[in-house]
Write a protein that binds this ligand. Structure first.
Ligand SMILES: Nc1nc2c(c(=O)[nH]1)N[C@H]1C(S)=C(S)[C@@H](COP(=O)(O)OP(=O)(O)OC[C@H]3O[C@@H](n4cnc5c(=O)[nH]c(N)nc54)[C@H](O)[C@@H]3O)O[C@H]1N2
Ligand SMILES: Nc1nc2c(c(=O)[nH]1)N[C@H]1C(S)=C(S)[C@@H](COP(=O)(O)OP(=O)(O)OC[C@H]3O[C@@H](n4cnc5c(=O)[nH]c(N)nc54)[C@H](O)[C@@H]3O)O[C@H]1N2
Ligand code: SF4
Ligand SMILES: [Mo]
Length: 580
């Protein structure tokens, strides 16, 4: 028997899956093109948490739920319960737990560990974060891949990029950089200046779209003035970009349908919102918004056009997810997340979790967080419960019906239903929520899309207060001149953040004099860790790379958030390396 569902993982691609004789296969639709990635090809090989546990002892699910209810009932005031939800599963029904916690009066989180800085920049400039679909990207002639590692994180977009002129801007020589028509191996954190200078030279070279600017972006002269504050030679030397690079980019995009694919790499800094705005500003000068085959694609708002049936806000003030103080609460409910590995500043998180008297971990796999939790509740996997999802990479609305029975775990809906019954909170049937979300679907040939979205985003203008594009107006950025190394911490091919097969090494090139496999100490002002070396000639001399999910990586990062967007800023700290 065969059934169709969709991958639940936090990924641009949101693939459709055919389950044939219990095996997972990629569906041959426009997004999935018949293949899945290693995570899903080996999905069933990763050991699950099979039974609930309390203080290390196995217990029944009913006992676990009873303990959960007792703990909720015992907090001195509901806001003393922190509900911390990650995106281990991207399904829309995952948020049903927010409904209970918000009604109960618990403290929820706001902000992001992921894309919040650039999203804040997009909202300021464009008023709404609309995604540019693969179908539109396919109509472009030139693609600028800016801080995004498409072969690893977004492989199903590759067929849409065939035969295009490719420009890559990245400190790492990625697979896409290998095949690019032009590659700028920029110094990390240099993007704001590069974007400002591209804008300035686009004006000098008469490449701006006057008609577009007049109608949609009237403040362009002010922006041009802002770009003139950049001291060209000193800055280009600092960010390791040449005037030739700028000339080459402008020559390649001139008169061409151009798309910029920006990834989270550009915005892992406190000033991340400004970087995105400067990139958007360059695009606006060229008139790239609202035109066929043109635009700027970041992680789009996957919820655009949907209305949540769940209560997710309450008068209790939320805490920011990037620096949540677990220790300030009497209870923490952690769902679909591994904060002890993925949040910045692991040493702080560890101490903070240790101070919390009742930590609940609700997830699929054992990890750093499940290890310290008082109560561990296994979840059902996406194959074992009903859900549906949207994506930040395409407009699909994908059904995720249950395709397997399992005795392991509990679904988010069933757990919520039990809590709502106990605490007398209204909850509708699971089916009615599934139908609610399904009602936002519109049929295309053989798949479903979120209805009402513009196929060509911003074709009717922008959604800012003045309904025009708002250029970046000011910036402040000091570029350090020390000899410390930049920390690049990005996604690996074998893991999905901390799920599946994690990387274990520190990557650097041979110029530092270390040998392959040698153990070295990496330290930042925040902490230190020891890892084995993997020599990696894709890197600049001034960078080390440690993949997301590597045990201990976030000992090096700190809890300061982005200036806008309340986002974690994983690459703000520089590091030193030494023999140990
Ligand atoms: N295989 C796999 N796929 C994933 C994930 C995973 O863990 N594994 N995670 C998913 C998630 S949660 C997300 S948010 C997406 C993110 O996917 P991407 O947007 O691709 O993000 P990253 O892999 O973090 O980084 C992308 C690129 O930014 C570059 N970069 C780093 N610093 C800078 C800089 O200062 N300037 C510039 N120009 N570039 C820089 C890096 O070298 C890297 O090539 O991927 C999703 N897909
Ligand atoms: N150093 C460094 N740190 C990073 C990043 C980086 O690039 N570098 N990236 C950041 C980014 S972009 C992101 S998005 C975050 C991600 O951070 P997290 O959201 O914490 O991601 P994961 O570590 O993958 O943890 C996901 C958890 O979800 C659980 N899970 C999976 N499916 C289900 C389900 O159906 N139900 C329930 N209840 N649980 C489930 C799994 O057990 C897993 O432990 O990390 C951030 N942290
Ligand atoms: S993780 Fe991404 S690429 Fe892999 S199957 Fe899921 S949606 Fe597709
Ligand atoms: Mo993310």
């Amino acid at each position: 028997m065969s059934m169709t569902t969709a991958c639940s993982l936090d990924c641009y691609d949101a693939c459709s899956i055919e389950v044939v004789d219990d095996k997972l296969k990629g569906v041959n639709n426009p997004y999935t093109q018949g293949f899945l990635c290693p995570h899903l090809n080996h999905y069933d090989q990763h050991p699950r948490i099979e039974s609930p546990r309390y203080k290390g002892e196995h217990i029944t699910m009913d006992e676990a739920l009873q303990l959960l209810e007792n703990a909720c009932a015992k907090v001195s005031t509901p806001s003393q319960l922190l509900a911390y939800r990650g995106h281990g599963n991207f399904g829309l029904m995952q948020e049903v737990t927010d409904h209970f916690f918000a009604n109960f009066g618990a403290t929820l989180t706001e902000g992001s560990l992921c894309d919040g800085a650039a999203e804040a920049g997009i909202l300021e400039g464009r008023g709404a974060n609309k995604l540019l679909s693969p179908e539109e990207i396919a109509k472009s002639e030139v693609v600028i891949v800016w801080g995004r590692n498409i072969h690893t994180t977004n492989a199903h977009l590759l067929p849409y990029l065939k035969d295009k002129t490719i420009i890559v801007i990245d400190p790492v020589k990625t697979q896409m950089a290998e095949r690019a028509d032009h590659f700028i191996q920029i110094k990390p954190k240099g993007d704001l200046y590069l974007a400002l200078l591209l804008g300035r030279f686009a004006v000098i070279n008469d490449m701006v779209d006057e008609a577009f600017l007049q109608e949609h972006a009237p403040e362009h002269d002010d922006y041009y003035e802002l770009t003139q504050t950049v001291r060209i030679k000193a800055i280009l030397d600092n960010i390791d970009v040449s005037l030739g690079d700028i000339g080459k980019v402008l020559e390649l995009v001139k008169g061409k349908k151009t798309v910029i694919l920006a990834g989270v790499g550009i915005q892992k800094y406190r000033h991340g919102a400004d970087v995105m705005r400067a990139i958007d500003s360059f695009a606006a000068l060229l008139g790239l918004f609202g035109k066929e085959g043109c635009g700027v694609n970041f992680l789009g708002n996957s919820k655009e056009g949907l209305k949540s049936p769940f209560m997710s806000k309450h008068k209790t003030k939320p805490v920011t997810v990037g620096n949540a103080e677990f220790g300030r609460f009497e209870m923490a409910f952690i769902q679909g997340a591994n904060p002890l590995n993925q949040m910045p500043d692991t040493n702080r998180v560890q101490k903070s979790l240790a101070k919390n008297p009742f930590v609940v971990y609700f997830g699929l796999y054992e990890n750093e967080t499940s290890e310290v939790a008082d109560l561990v509740i296994p979840a059902k996997s996406f194959l074992e419960k009903d859900d549906l999802r949207t994506s930040y990479g395409h407009h699909g609305l994908l059904m995720m019906p249950k395709v397997r029975e399992s005795d392991i775990g509990i679904s988010e809906y069933d757990l919520t239903e039990r809590l709502c019954q106990t605490f007398d909170i209204d909850l509708e049937s699971e089916l009615s929520y599934l139908e609610h979300f399904s009602s936002f679907a519109e049929a295309r040939e053989d798949d479903l899309l979120v209805s009402g979205r513009e196929a060509l985003p911003y074709v009717d203008g922008f959604e800012t207060d003045e309904e025009v594009f708002c250029f970046l107006e000011e910036y402040e950025l000091e570029l350090a001149e020390d000899d410390d190394l930049f920390l690049i911490t990005v996604k690996s091919a074998s893991s999905l953040n901390s799920q599946f097969k994690r990387e274990t090494k520190v990557h650097l090139n041979a110029s530092h004099g270390f040998l392959e496999g040698e153990k070295i100490k990496i330290s930042s002002q925040n902490g230190e860790l020891i890892l084995k070396v993997q020599l990696d000639e894709r890197l600049r001399d001034d960078c080390v790379l440690i993949y997301s999910g590597t045990s201990g990586v976030n000992v090096l990062t700190d809890s300061r958030l982005s200036y806008e967007g309340k986002n974690a800023a994983y690459q703000e700290n520089k590091v030193k390396v030494e023999k140990c």
